[in-house]
Design a protein around this ligand. Structure first.
Ligand SMILES: C[S@@+](CC[C@H](N)C(=O)[O-])C[C@H]1O[C@@H](n2cnc3c(N)ncnc32)[C@H](O)[C@@H]1O
Length: 273
């Protein structure tokens, strides 16, 4: 097992697996069917991996990292069909790479899928979690998606038709989200009918850009309209045009009574012409 920092102080975290498994049924099925882990061993296996992971992100510390929501996205059937015909998908901020494994399980050729993340440990833990280091042919490359000079990520430039980015853009402020968006556009094939999709913390009352800049807030949360504005800015910087679609919905963050309800933005951004 990879030795990693057990940083449980950095975020609220939940040590035990949640008792309500409704949101995990799909992931447990994936671990049983794809990774061939016996059903009665999955709890212990997942707990072991998470115990060794860095509890830096609430999505790991609060057991949300195995959410396979993408299978419910309206674009999912089209994406699977196009991946089977040779299109390619990159998961940016892929963490353990659970989306890549689900796509493979749903019939997408593994060689048409790739993942990238800042942290090599997460990619390694993904192999341990899914027990496929020797078999999975999808490519994972680590690097900083905010660093336009990063050489390791250049291997992915111009290669993809889809980018999946969940709980990724919301980590940053407006300007860094624009930088990340410009990097994402570079990953796409120039002439492709590209789609960028994902899910992240959103808001029903986004602040104006002026108010955001004046507030000194570190992160910017969107609704569909502000996300469109951001993709207009990314479009101007990259000579491309984008149509942002999506929806906001509310979700309780954990199982405890005092857990907050979060507004989530599910989005799909379509390349125009
Ligand atoms: C909150 S997690 C989301 C993981 C996964 N996409 C999901 O939905 O469960 C954010 C991920 O983005 C990665 N990340 C953060 N900053 C990054 C950067 N500058 N470049 C690339 N990846 C980054 C983190 O290492 C982490 O795996």
């Amino acid at each position: 097992m990879t030795a990693l920092v057990y940083n449980k102080e950095s975020q609220r975290y939940t040590k035990e697996l949640p008792t309500d498994r409704t949101n995990y049924l799909q992931a447990w099925k994936l671990l049983e069917s794809y990774s061939k882990i016996p059903a009665d061993k999955i709890d212990a296996h997942v707990t072991e991996i998470v115990t060794f992971a860095i509890f830096h992100y609430p999505c790991i510390g609060r057991w949300r990292f195995l959410d396979l929501y993408i299978t419910q996205a309206p674009e999912y059937p089209e994406i699977i069909t196009r991946l089977k015909s040779g299109d390619k998908l990159l998961d940016v901020g892929c963490c353990f790479g659970h989306i890549v494994r689900q796509l493979v399980f749903d019939g997408a050729p593994a060689q048409n899928l790739a993942g990238t993340d800042l942290r090599p440990e997460f990619v390694e833990l993904g192999y341990e979690l899914f027990r496929d280091k020797e078999t999975l042919t999808s490519q994972f490359v680590t690097g900083d998606a905010l660093d336009s000079e990063n050489k390791s990520l250049e291997v992915f430039d111009g290669k993809f038709d889809f980018v999946h980015a969940a709980s990724f853009f919301h980590l940053f402020g407006w300007d860094d989200q624009v930088t990340a968006g410009v990097r994402v556009v570079k990953f796409l094939k120039p002439g492709s009918k590209a789609i960028i999709l994902g899910r992240q913390v959103g808001t029903r009352k986004p602040v104006s850009l002026e108010a955001y800049r004046a507030s000194g807030e570190r992160r910017y949360h969107h609704n569909v309209e502000t996300f469109q504005n951001m993709w207009d800015e990314i479009g101007e910087k990259t000579g491309t045009k984008w149509k942002a679609t999506g929806e906001l919905f509310e979700r309780k963050v954990g199982e405890e009574d005092d857990d907050e309800v979060r507004t989530i933005l599910r989005f799909a951004v379509f390349k125009l012409d």
